[in-house]
Design a protein around this ligand. Structure first.
Ligand code: HEC
Ligand code: HEC
Length: 375
């Protein structure tokens, strides 16, 4: 009866998750029929030898980051786990239900829909270059990838699989996991630790490194391929007019410092979205500075998904910052009033155009990050 809906993708697909969540044995995902077993290449794809280009390294020290030891078979197993709805309590939701490859692994919704149709309080984050940060989730509550994995699986709203032993038994009873664990770890034993490790390897291998911006930057900063508008946007972004780089820094356009490591304002801050914060984030309305990689694909924006478009976001920075008592000092003027950038219309459009140069088509279409259960 839902055949016609099944054909639709995008936002309507999410609605399907709500429907399917009520049908325990259903194995549809993102609105498409899925294969009962994953379809994998005969020879594992290359995950392990892909390095960050030099222009990433030049602006970062890689010390103490999340760099899981990636093997091709380990990441392949992680890929299957990431897309497998069996990781949720009623076989309705996988990690990918809220992290879609075509949206740089965000989901286009204000809040994401979990296994029982309940909605997460915060906006889904894109996933890319997670191995460059130790500052995960909107409130930076997790530093290391393996610590993160079991959280959504067990989460009451997201996947609801509270009993890890049950998860392990469930995976061990499938026809495909024992062989995949064998390949990745030399024995077919399924353990929670291996689930976390394999998925961390997959997440760690998800590198978005070939946006238009990267191609130009890697070519000795030759931005000849940029339009005039994109060039102006880059100037506004990095220069005094916009000062965006003060927070969205480095090659990940984020901030790699964990709030908890140095208790500094650098990794997370309050940008004055509201006079009074309804969600306190880390504390006092401070939220992680999100990466702007693939940001053009990850609407809606901010921790609560309040802005639909990048134009609205730019408008906020230009004229909408509120004098929140915990406002980042960089946004407080000498007379105590909140910052006003007074950008011209062209400068605003330029900022948006520049953010679009951070979109990485290779990343969102690379088969090695795609759904192995889909025909
Ligand atoms: C029901 C939707 C949902 C499911 C299922 C889900 N996530 Fe998420 N994910 C989110 C939301 C929402 C956030 C942001 C939440 C927050 O920060 O508080 C998030 C954040 C993340 C982040 C943090 C990214 C960053 O830059 O900090 C990672 C990594 C992640 N999820 C991986 C996973 C993995 C792996 C799974 C499966 C085991 C998974 N997610 C399942 C909705 C979901
Ligand atoms: C003082 C630090 C700071 C500065 C300066 C700053 N940002 Fe942000 N930015 C943040 C934080 C923190 C968030 C998340 C806020 C939240 O959701 O509560 C954010 C969120 C965003 C988002 C939404 C991302 C998403 O995935 O939802 C965009 C887009 C963005 N900023 C662009 C810009 C641009 C363009 C500029 C320059 C005009 C800029 N930022 C300047 C700290 C900053």
């Amino acid at each position: 009866m839902k055949k016609s809906i099944l054909l639709l993708s995008g936002i309507f697909a999410i609605v399907m998750i709500v429907f399917t969540a009520c049908q325990p044995e259903n194995v549809t995902q993102n609105g498409n029929d899925v294969l009962a077993t994953p379809q994998l290449p005969n020879e594992a794809a290359d995950y392990e030898s892909v390095e960050y280009p030099d222009h990433f390294a030049s602006r970062f020290s890689f010390a103490n980051r999340n760099n899981p030891n990636v093997t091709n078979d380990g990441a392949t197993l992680g890929r299957v786990l990431f897309y497998d709805t069996r990781l949720s309590v009623n076989n309705s939701v996988s990690c990918a239900s809220c992290h879609h490859q075509d949206k740089a692994f965000s989901d286009g919704l204000k809040g994401s829909t979990g296994f029982g149709g309940k909605v997460t309080p915060r906006n889904s984050l894109t996933i890319s270059n997670a191995s460059l940060t130790n500052n995960l989730f909107w409130d930076s509550r997790v530093n290391l990838l393996p610590e993160l994995i079991l959280e959504p699986i067990q989460n009451h709203v997201e996947m609801g699989m509270e009993d890890v032993d049950l998860l392990v038994a469930k995976l061990a009873s499938t026809e495909y996991y024992p062989a995949l664990f064998e390949k990745a770890y030399g024995s077919s034993e399924v353990t929670a630790e291996r689930v976390s490790d394999a998925m961390s390897q997959f997440l760690g291998s998800m590198k978005s490194i070939s946006a238009k911006y990267d191609e130009a930057t890697a070519a000795q900063n030759d931005y000849a391929a940029f339009s005039d508008l994109e060039k102006l946007g880059m100037e506004v972004f990095f220069g005094d007019r916009g000062q965006c780089v003060g927070c969205h820094a480095g090659s990940n356009f984020s901030n790699v410092n964990s709030y908890y490591d140095n208790n500094s304002l650098r990794g997370a801050t309050n940008i004055g979205l509201d006079l009074v914060d309804s969600d306190q984030g880390i504390e006092n309305g401070r939220f992680r500075i999100p990466s702007l990689r693939n940001v053009a694909l990850s609407a809606p924006y901010m921790h609560d998904g309040r802005y639909e478009t990048l134009e609205e976001v730019v408008e906020f920075y230009d004229s909408g910052v509120k004098s929140n008592p915990n406002l980042d000092p960089r946004f407080v003027m000498d007379d105590g009033s909140p910052i006003r950038l007074n950008l011209t219309e062209i400068e605003k459009q330029a900022l948006v155009a520049f953010m679009h140069t951070l979109t990485d088509e290779n990343y969102i279409t690379d088969p090695k990050f795609s759904d192995p259960f889909r025909k």
